[in-house]
Design a binder for this molecule. Sequence first.
Ligand SMILES: NC(=O)c1ccc[n+]([C@@H]2O[C@H](COP(=O)([O-])OP(=O)(O)OC[C@H]3O[C@@H](n4cnc5c(N)ncnc54)[C@H](OP(=O)(O)O)[C@@H]3O)[C@@H](O)[C@H]2O)c1
Length: 333
Amino acid sequence: MFSALVLDTDDGEVQAWVRSLELHDLPDAGPEEVRLEVLYSSLNYKDGLAVTGRGQVIRGDYPIVPGIDLVGRVLESRHDAFEAGDLAIGTGWQLGEVVWGGYTQRAKVDGNKLVPLPDGLSPEQSMVVGTAGLTAMLSVLALEEHGGEPDAGDVVVTGASGGAGSIAVALLGALGYSAVASTGSEGAHTYLRALGAERIVDRERFEDGPARPMESGAWAGAIDAVGGDTLATLISQMQRHGSVAAFGNAGGHDLHTSVLPFILRGVNLLGIDSNTCPNDRRRRAWMRLADLLTESHYDRIRARTITLGDVPAAGREIVNGQVQGRILVDVQR
Ligand SMILES: NC(=O)c1ccc[n+]([C@@H]2O[C@H](COP(=O)([O-])OP(=O)(O)OC[C@H]3O[C@@H](n4cnc5c(N)ncnc54)[C@H](OP(=O)(O)O)[C@@H]3O)[C@@H](O)[C@H]2O)c1
């Protein structure tokens, strides 16, 4: 027997509770299945939506175990790349959305959805990073691939006090970029400076959308967790050939913009999807994360560690914008 957080519906209402399960309760994961003892998971914005029944995150059948992230020790493997005793990370690839996810002590996962835990990263640290940190790293990679350089000018990060935003600020700081943190949380200023932000700006300045299709060019790069009018403002304020890595919609998903910044300034709008990011690129991103983040980053970014039973309440906090940094889930506690 082992414990898992299970979501089910009752009269159309999503309910979450910790249940005792047996291995045969877990859906099989195909011919290359890997069985894992899950060590940690994490709480992402999407997990908050799933456990509170908002945003139609769950696209599989109920009951389902949510949790888009996990790290675990391999117990048995039918996949060539893994053997018993290996440590492996699973994020995205529909985990915790269509197939059973990481809020459990045991999991059966398609080995093609796993990557090895890189050297230099502990299981615990990997889940302080989780999908949020992987997304931040993929955003930085995208900027680098489109000409981003530390001395090119300011790079603004929106939703900076959140999980992905915090790690984006830390990565930019570690790489020597001039990171500007945009936040609506006054209490987060000291935290963001300690992570590596050179300057803090109030998120209000982006929220109304651009006054003109092209405003004065303020940013060499941008990493956006917010979307909507915030993203439209960023696009209008990019410098020539600057790039915006857009991964979030915490502030909305409609985008009203103009073609002018793209055709007159060569601005790049780079979409980031960590969910379906190919495994080669994931491995590269995880190795860069292991290289760039230090013990003090993890200490600062980890807001707290919770148990499976704490996840529903913490899920409400994250969708209400009340979480600074990242919440680690210790599934074995
Ligand atoms: N594309 C992908 O692969 C991918 C992967 C991970 C996450 N995401 C998306 O990225 C976003 C952030 O995820 P996360 O896990 O970092 O979430 P999070 O920890 O909740 O952070 C979101 C941050 O955005 C800001 N924010 C929240 N509501 C806002 C609003 N109405 N208007 C403006 N800013 C707002 C807040 O930062 P401040 O208080 O500092 O302003 C908040 O802390 C979510 O939309 C999530 O779904 C996408």
